[in-house]
Design a protein around this ligand. Sequence first.
Ligand code: NAP
Length: 491
Amino acid sequence: MTQTDTSLNRLEQTAIDSVPAGLYIGGEWRETATTMPVLDPATGQVLCRVADAGPADGLAALAAAADAQRDWARTSPRERGDILMRAHRALLEDVDRLALIATLEMGKPLAEARGEIAYAAEFFRWFAEEAVRLDGGYMPAPGGNSRFLVARQPVGPSLLITPWNFPMAMATRKIGPALAAGCTCVVKPAEQTPLCTLALARILHESGVPAGVVNVVTTSDPGALMTPMILDERSRKLSFTGSTAVGKKLLEQCARTVMRTSMELGGNAPFIVFDDADLDAAIEGALAAKMRNIGQACTAANRIFVQRAVIDEFARRLAERMAALPMGRGTEADVVVGPLIDGDAVAKVTELVADARERGARVLTGGESVDGPGNFYPATVLVDVPDSARMCHTEIFGPVAALTPFDTEDEVVTRANDTPYGLVGYVYTEGLRRGLRVCEALESGMVGLNQGVVSNPAAPFGGVKESGLGREGGLVGIDEFLELKYIGVAL
Ligand code: NAP
């Protein structure tokens, strides 16, 4: 691991200083009586402090969104799309600063942060293009005496809650379709990574988003802030990305007002390698599916099943590649293994590895936590991880590849589906028929067939079972923010 200098250099300080620190409500920046720190996970150092909103601030943001709703819904789809396109270009033009902010607050390597900003910007382009395609229907009633018109209308003021792991992309993946559909919104980023969303708010403001259409509230007490907003009848929609545990709580709250919800929750992705797979491609795919975001992705390959004939070679080659990945602060050149988000994340990974070892797993590389400063855990490969290991039933959320052998297709499908989660799976085989059979049999919202990354703004992202409700992106993403209205017309 490279030595970490805990002070910010001038470029880093300038990037942090460029981010507004207040709440963005009704087109203006507001200060709060108290503030909360934002930490650099690579050093533990306080990067800056931002506003710490309470319930009254949240209700003020909701009031601003509700007040702006009618006018925004009446804005022409082309104008809404044009604003999103301006924001798309602004994000790309500002990629260096924004990527540095993402790396500093979240820890991911700079190259990955740049990729996230481009991915985030693409949601705005995609939904700018969708804004002008809000079609409807016209059909004769079966009896012939009337006509059915079907219109799609904005659902109304929307609450958008995002996690820390993709602080820019999870925000644009919600704000893009909300705005394109004609919905105003209140965005609540994660406490650990508020800076990307605050920087985004300023970009949206400068791109011409009218006052009140997007509001941003940051807080250290999400339950106290969000509960009154969720229970307020002016809120018409909750779009949440985060853990299944918090998602379930929020679903209960939303039931009280029968509020529309979209839930992008946790995963436990199986990554399946058959013995006829292109092993070079499978290893590249495993590295991508495991190491993206230092393993802290809902789509991370959590359980890696490798057919018995090839597991030794696969494990050896994957371990060689993982052992060679440079670890350090995300701002340093070539670093791939940045810090985990906090000390709890390191403790969780450490415990999961210890548990797997006690149950018979062998360590091929890594497996020992490293001294601070920063929340580092090395890239780790374990083999012979039994299905009983705790890491097979919970998100590892760290750079640990858990390998286990399998013998038959039926066996691996049964084991892969043996989880309450169902976000994504990965299958490597050169056999087309087998590939399609297994893709169809996996209980997940998405499958990568011979590819280790599935995220794409033009594709419907989402899970089944306890991984969520609804889809983000793709042709259906905008539907999450639209209601159908049927108008019966007498002839
Ligand atoms: P989390 O703890 O569930 O938090 C997610 C968001 O919910 C944060 O903004 C958090 O605020 C907020 N929150 C927590 N308690 C709340 C409450 N009582 N009321 C309202 N909001 C509340 O998840 P995380 O640790 O940030 O993110 C990691 C999880 O997200 C993983 O499970 C991962 O799989 C999942 N994820 C899923 C997807 C997907 O598309 N399916 C994508 C990315 C991540 P605070 O930060 O202040 O706690």
